[in-house]
Ligand binder design. Structure first.
Ligand code: ZN
Length: 111
């Protein structure tokens, strides 16, 4: 829960995030599932498992939401840079895949 919405500045209310995700998450706690147009809560890394809501594409360059929460979070945080002219994160992931660093072995991947 963001401080601006009444959350507290204590460890169990914080989540480690990279700059881009933190910036895009801003103080949003809900998003719109693009499949149903319903408003749903965003993924909460403190309470939910990543692998229950997301999967990597077969080539490892994109994150796909597999649930309403996953899909809404992909859109809200623009995980795949699809709102940008240049999907630079996909380019970076392609290099990481080639280097063998990505995606994490424990993450589910499209078959
Ligand atoms: Zn991030």
């Amino acid at each position: 829960m963001p401080q601006s919405l009444g959350g507290v500045d204590e460890l169990d209310n914080l989540a480690l995030a990279c700059h881009r995700c933190n910036e895009r998450h801003y103080n949003f706690i809900v998003g719109i599932d693009p499949k149903t147009q319903e408003q749903v809560p965003l993924f909460n890394s403190r309470q939910q498992q990543w692998s229950d809501h997301f999967i990597w594409t077969k080539d490892g360059t994109k994150i796909l939401g597999t649930t309403p929460i996953g899909r809404a979070t992909c859109v809200r945080l623009d995980f795949n840079d699809e709102r940008r002219d240049e999907p630079s994160i996909q380019t970076a992931r392609r290099f990481w895949v080639e280097a063998g660093w990505h995606p994490p072995q424990s993450d589910p991947r499209q078959k």
